[in-house]
Design a protein around this ligand. Structure first.
Ligand SMILES: Cc1ncc(COP(=O)(O)O)c(C=O)c1O
Length: 482
């Protein structure tokens, strides 16, 4: 059970505390080692040190008020201008640094809502159209801002379907969304077709290049066949791109870039009746950490086009090798035709989550996905030296995943139990069953996730799956061993 902890009465020596912090990190994923496929984009110690030094230099500064820190105002403007240039923006292109991809997306949706209030005042509840592969941040934005999301199933190649979008557009639609690439499968949606559709219907078109924005342009420069996705495509009105991903900046930095001033202004929030003075803020955050802005500026200048191109090529060459090895392994398939360094593996003759569990035993860390079940891989320069190890471990893991074992039997029993209870219990008991499953799953998965995903798969579409996930998340946050 969770208990409250008092703040220590007396301060302690920083050195001892830092050792404690180091020790706490021991169980974290080892992102320097290259066996991690998620959350951290590592370009090597030199880049990291340069970016860290810039972050530390602006550790205490706050970009909330541009007149208090002209330094940050200038750094932000330069980062925005360099990114707008990278995306072939016109002289009108403008935007902001935000705390991450989610905030950039929230801002794009909020700006679209304000734009619609002005230009389409007859719309009561605005709608955006997006593929089911689009990032959940769009749903979060709709949830926060009172907008309806019209979700369109991806086509047989797992790409957003312009035809499906066309059918989903109605009198309430304000914006279409394309991903470059989609996070789950690493596929660049047909941006040209979607942007044309937006243009011909008088709609906005947002391209989510959160994960691709700082790698696709460099891959294109290196000669890889990258589909057009930026402002060079007529009809694209905004782009989100995370410099804290393939931009190798510090966490807490993304960009939202618009092709017109009006949209950027629609993002701002002003409250002028406050006793504390006139409050104006460009994005969701109040206080805006100077460190992440300075670090973003440092990354762009330190690496330069040459550095980014080199890193992009290294990641892509490695990704192609990792994918080739996976394709040549019996029973494993790559989903769709990935455009860059992100891909997902699935299987139609075995349980892909078992493969995930077996790979985890070798120290590889990857996310599990659903609809269809798959494993997610983000390749970075950190993976370049591990191609042979990947081949060896994947072969062994795949052979093991196909064999029966005690754990698999246990998993089958748990899933069978859920399946049986689901059939025999009245609907009103489903939420209790989910509560129970939520408690067991978060505590008992012990590093293996196949059982958890199997059970969640069984509960899909039954009662309120969101409640189950909320229970699990609450326990994970609040309980030491969950
Ligand atoms: C395509 C895409 N959009 C949005 C996001 C959200 O970014 P963040 O986690 O920085 O909020 C991600 C994160 O991986 C992403 O891949």
């Amino acid at each position: 059970m969770k208990s409250n902890t008092p703040i220590p009465k007396k301060g302690q020596a920083a050195e001892a505390l830092l050792s404690q912090l180091e020790a706490l990190k021991e169980k974290d994923i080892n992102w320097r080692g290259g066996r991690n496929f998620a959350y951290v984009y590592y370009a090597g110690e030199e880049t990291l040190e340069a970016v860290r030094a810039a972050y530390n230099m602006f550790f205490s500064e706050n970009a909330l008020n541009p007149s208090a820190f002209p330094s940050l105002k200038r750094l932000e403007r330069e980062v925005v201008q360099m990114t707008a240039d990278l995306f072939h923006g016109s002289a009108q292109a403008c935007g902001s640094i935000t705390s991450g991809g989610t905030e950039s997306i929230l801002m794009a949706v909020k700006s679209a809502r304000e734009w619609a209030r002005k230009h389409k005042p007859e719309i009561a509840i605005p709608e955006i159209v997006l593929a089911n592969s689009a990032h959940p941040a769009f749903h979060k934005a709709c949830h926060y801002f009172g907008i309806r999301a019209r979700v369109v199933e991806v086509d047989k190649d797992y790409l957003a379907s312009p035809k499906g979008f066309e059918t989903a557009i109605n009198a309430n639609t304000i914006m279409l969304v394309a991903s470059a690439p989609s996070y789950p499968h690493g596929l660049v949606d047909p941006v040209e077709k979607i942007a044309t559709l937006a243009q011909s219907n008088g709609l906005l078109c947002h391209v989510d290049a959160c994960v691709g924005g700082f790698i696709l342009p460099f891959l294109k420069m290196e000669g890889y066949p990258i589909p057009a996705f930026d402002f060079s495509v007529a009809g694209v009105t905004s782009i989100s791109a995370d410099i804290h991903k393939y931009g190798y900046a510090a966490k807490g930095a993304s960009l939202i870039i618009y092709n017109q001033e009006e949209l950027h202004k629609s993002q701002f929030y002003v409250y002028s009746d406050w006793s504390g003075g006139i409050y104006a803020s460009p994005s969701i955050q109040g206080t805006r950490p100077g460190g992440s802005i300075a670090a973003a500026w440092m990354a762009l200048h330190y690496l330069g086009l040459e550095g980014y191109r080199k890193l992009a090529r290294k990641s892509m060459e490695t990704a192609l090798l990792f994918r080739k090895i996976a394709k040549e392994t019996a029973g494993i398939e790559v989903i769709g035709k990935p455009d860059c360094t992100i891909f997902a593996l699935t299987s139609d003759d075995s349980d892909i989550y078992e493969l995930g569990d077996e790979l985890s035993q070798f120290g590889w860390y990857m996310d599990r996905q659903q609809l269809p079940p798959s494993l997610h891989f983000t390749i970075t320069p950190a993976h370049a030296t591990l191609v042979d190890q990947w081949q060896t471990d994947l072969e062994t893991a795949s052979a093991k995943a196909r064999k029966g074992n005690l754990q698999k039997l246990g998993k089958k029993a748990q899933i069978g139990l859920i399946r049986g209870m689901k059939k025999s219990l009245p609907k009103s008991w489903m939420s209790r069953l989910q509560q129970w499953a939520g408690q067991r799953l978060s505590v008992e998965s012990g590093g293996r996730q196949a059982a958890m995903y199997g059970m969640i798969g069984e509960l899909q579409g039954e009662g309120d799956l969101d409640e189950l996930v909320k229970t699990m998340l609450f326990r994970m946050i609040n309980e030491e061993n969950a």
